[in-house]
Design a protein around this ligand. Structure first.
Ligand SMILES: NC(=O)C[C@H](N)C(=O)O
Length: 330
């Protein structure tokens, strides 16, 4: 029996899923304190699902996730995925930036083998910790032949999401991960894995030789916005600016004028939205053609930043080319 089980490697990075608190208290905890081995040991019955091995890649809250850890993870996953001894990979991760790591890995790791990111909203010592079930379900998905060829997936709370669409929507709820523009790609519970969406088309870019990725700032629009945030980003030497715009990727005239001036200097400007769902398309409320802006499509600001960084790192900086990567021609 054990010989027929999928061989899954768990790469642990920290986060609340590995958080621990004083057992007498249910509030306040330290992220990333529990080792990968202890995480696995906390999941009853997991040995019946897969042959598991674990590696501790980092022990950080995902608010501290950074390019160095991303590059290390991408290289390790690439190597593991090439091994005939490995059928799937699970990455345990904090939830705060999980969607960014998922997209980064989806953009740079070329493999048909399942790569599944998983987190938890409650630390391992909480009443009704959600980590053990989420790990169980992530291992089920990583070991499922149906999960092959789907890029990087995210599993939490019985749902399977695609890396490009998933986002954290609640600060505290266990059902925080949603794909607001298309819904989850599948469902999982301890007895089944089921996908209802076809695999998404994806483009994989070469992983640059070394971190860091090119600097890209996110500028958040609001009522009464001026030009200062954009001017500060330009003065800091960014190569790209993502506007987390109001509504359909909009902003007050002084900010739009400053973004046009930035674009004229060769800084790539991508318009996304702070709204949380719905696409931002070209030339609706804003004239994108004249200043050479890029519309983010359905990439939220945090994800638009990651995609733009990966494009810039690969020398893709002409607005038309960047636009085609954000919203591929139908
Ligand atoms: N639920 C969590 O994992 C939150 C934590 N701050 C993290 O992202 O690491």
């Amino acid at each position: 029996m054990a010989d027929t089980l999928p061989r899954i490697v768990i790469l642990a990075t920290g986060g609340t899923i590995a958080g621990a608190a004083d057992p007498r208290s249910q509030s306040g905890y330290n992220a990333g304190e529990v080792s990968a081995e202890s995480l696995i040991a906390s999941v009853p019955g997991i040995e019946a699902l897969a042959r598991l091995s674990a590696e501790q890649v980092a022990s950080i809250g995902s608010q501290d996730m950074n390019d160095a850890v991303w590059f290390g993870l991408a290289r390790r996953i690439d190597l593991l995925a090439r091994s005939p001894e490995v059928d799937g990979i699970v990455v345990t991760h904090g939830t705060d930036t999980l969607e960014e790591t998922a997209l980064f890995l989806d953009l740079v790791v070329e493999t048909d083998k399942p790569v599944v990111l998983v987190g938890a909203m409650r630390p391992s010592t909480a009443i009704s910790a959600d980590g053990p079930l989420n790990i169980h379900e992530a291992v089920q998905v990583a070991g499922s032949p149906q999960a092959r060829g789907r890029g990087v997936l995210v599993v939490l709370n019985d749902t399977i999401h695609g890396a490009r669409d998933v986002t954290k929507t609640s600060t505290t709820s266990v059902q925080t991960f949603q794909s607001p523009n298309c819904g989850p790609v599948g469902l999982v519970n301890p007895n089944m894995v089921a996908f209802h969406a076809p695999p998404a088309a994806r483009t994989v870019y070469p992983l640059p030789a070394l971190p860091p990725l090119p600097p890209v700032d996110i500028v958040v629009a609001h009522a009464g916005m001026g030009a200062r945030q954009v001017q500060d980003a330009v003065a800091a030497g960014v190569k790209g600016i993502v506007l987390a715009g109001v509504g359909d990727g909009n902003a007050a005239k002084p900010a739009i004028d400053a973004l046009a001036a930035a674009a004229a200097r060769g800084i790539v400007v991508v318009r996304s939205s702070r709204v949380g769902s719905g696409p931002v398309m070209r030339n609706i409320e804003i004239d994108d053609d004249t200043p050479g802006f890029v519309a983010a499509g359905s990439y939220n600001p945090a994800k638009a930043r990651v995609l733009l960084q990966v494009l810039l790192a690969n020398g893709i900086d002409a607005p038309a080319e960047v636009q085609a990567a954000f919203v591929p021609a139908p």
